[in-house]
Design a binder for this molecule. Sequence first.
Ligand SMILES: [Zn+2]
Length: 251
Amino acid sequence: MAKEVVEITGIVFKRQRYKEADVLAKIISKDMGIFTMLVRGALRPKSKLSASVLAFSFGKYQVLTSQKGLSTLKTYKDVKQFTNLYSDLTLNSYACYLCDLFDHAFIEYQDIGPYYNLIETALTKIDQGIDPEVICQLVELQMLKAFGVKPELKKCAICGTTEGSFDYSISTGGIICQKHFNQVTRLHLTSKQVALLRTLGLIQLQRLGNIAVSSSSKAALRKAIDRIYIQTVDLNLKTKKFLEEMRRLKI
Ligand SMILES: [Zn+2]
C-alpha cells in the first residue's frame, strides 16, 4: 500500500526513545487501531511535536502511513492530556494496565470498532476521579470478548433460565442457576456479587453513573476476574503486576 497522510483520533499510551533524538509513541486510535508513531526530533529542545506525544495525550494526529510498521507523525491538532493519569501514580498504573490489555487483544492496525469508545470513556472517567477499580473491572469483563472468550452473562449458560439466584462457572463459560450448583465447579460468589459482575459485564460504560461498590464486593470480583483471566486468557502483563503492587501498598 502506498503511503498517505491520514488524520486519526487517538490516545498516546506509551513512548520510548528511539535513535538519537526521536521518540516512538504508541497510540490507540479510533480510525486505524493500535500502532506506533515515529516522532522525528521529539527530544530536541525546540521540537514542536514533543508535547503532543506525552503519555496520555489525546486528540487528532496527522500521520504518514502505509498501515503497517511505523507511521510518521507529521502534525497534530486539538491535543489535550489526561493530566491526572499522567501525574497520579495509582491512576497512572490503572491506565497503563488497561492500555496494555488493549495492546495484547489486537494486532497492529486492526480495526478495534466499539472498543475505542470503551477505552476512551474508561480513561476519561478514571481521569475524572470515578473509582478506577470499578472501571478497571468493567473493562476487563468487557474485553474478554475481544480475547475470544464470550462469557454468558444474560441467562444460565446451561439451561437458559433468567430467574433465581446465580453463580459464575468458568468451565461452563458464564453464569449458572441454582439447579446446577452441585454439577459444575463454580466461584461461590454471593448473588449480590454475581449481580454486580453481570452489570459491569453488560452495561455500556457511558451509562454507568458513579456507582458505589463496597470494598468487600470489589475484592471478591477482583478475585473472580483474575481467575477468569488466568484460566481463559492467560496473559502475563508487567503492568498488571505493577498495579497489584500499588493495590497492596494502598491497603
Ligand atoms: Zn440453569
